[in-house]
Design a protein around this ligand. Structure first.
Ligand code: SF4
Ligand code: SF4
Length: 213
């Protein structure tokens, strides 16, 4: 039967690294902050007192639970011990290889994410509409309002540009722009079709209907 490989800290067996939390049971008030803080399952609560039952799971150099303990009940060895070990056991050759592997993993993940986002179709949830024509008698805004009623879309940033009031009375063209937006962040393309049909049915000139990604 093959043996489970020993946990290592940058090439050093973890059980040779003297970094372990120690709880002073006299100082512990059982608040359980260390128990919920530690993501490595180091602590259990025994009779209302924190016990570091899996101390070897503690991440070397971490002292978070000790820092947050309200009574200072948790202590760690002096960091000098760790720094001395780093030098004497020459961990940095191992660290360099580990860093290289980490860079490779991260680069591969970034490349995968970039490939996935390149393959994903861009769905426009907004579109800009520009139109021109004579708006006076056409009740266009009322028809537009009726179109969006009970639909998960809205018309925003609507602007009407009338070059001359006298000219408008004589049916000179004005210009309108607005944006169609989705209230549910869905694609607006099918609804945009209905808007452009409405524009044409109203006898107006559709200058552009441009999806905005
Ligand atoms: S945080 Fe401190 S006082 Fe609270 S349970 Fe842990 S050791 Fe005890
Ligand atoms: S120092 Fe960090 S890893 Fe170690 S027991 Fe405390 S919270 Fe967990």
């Amino acid at each position: 039967m093959s043996e489970t490989p020993k946990k290592q800290w940058h090439g050093i067996p973890r059980d040779e690294v003297p970094w372990l939390p120690t709880v002073d049971p006299e100082a512990c008030i059982g608040c359980q902050l260390c128990y919920v803080t530690c993501g490595r399952g180091v602590y259990e609560m025994h009779d209302g007192i924190a016990v570091a039952v899996s101390a070897m799971e503690c991440m070397v150099g971490c002292s978070t639970c000790g820092n947050v303990c309200p009574t200072g009940a948790i202590s760690f060895p002096n960091m000098d011990l760790i720094w001395k070990m780093e030098r004497e056991r020459q961990i940095f050759r191992t660290v360099k290889k580990e860093a290289l592997r980490k860079h490779e993993r991260e680069d591969a993940l970034k490349a995968r994410d970039a490939a996935m986002s390149a393959a994903r179709p861009v769905i426009a949830t907004r579109a800009k509409v520009e139109l021109a024509g004579e708006f006076g008698d056409k009740k266009f805004l009322l028809r537009l309002e009726a179109l969006i009623e009970n639909e998960p879309f809205d018309i925003v940033n609507l602007r009407l540009e009338v070059p001359t009031v006298k000219g408008a009375r004589q049916k000179a063209p004005s210009f309108m722009t607005f944006e169609v937006t989705s209230e549910r962040q869905e694609g607006v393309a099918p609804f945009l079709e209905r808007v452009t049909t409405l524009v044409r049915d109203a006898g107006l000139v559709l200058v552009a209907a441009t999806p905005v990604a």
